[in-house]
Design a protein around this ligand. Structure first.
Ligand SMILES: [Zn+2]
Length: 58
């Protein structure tokens, strides 16, 4: 048995997910959620940079 690092549930298999530059072992449910969150964070970050005029200034 392995323990998910996110929800601390015991699962048969863990999935390795890279989040915020760290690699953690989580269950499949958490892996999906974390990947989604990472994607959203990335999107909002680039949206923020667009708003602040970061792009196209170089
Ligand atoms: Zn989990």
């Amino acid at each position: 048995m392995a323990v998910c690092r996110s929800c601390e549930d015991e699962v048969d298999e863990l999935v390795s997910v890279k989040t915020e530059g760290r690699r953690i072992n989580v269950c499949e449910d958490c892996a999906e959620r974390l990947l989604e969150e990472a994607e959203i964070a990335e999107m909002s970050e680039s949206a923020m940079q667009d708003m602040m005029g970061y792009k196209g200034r170089r």
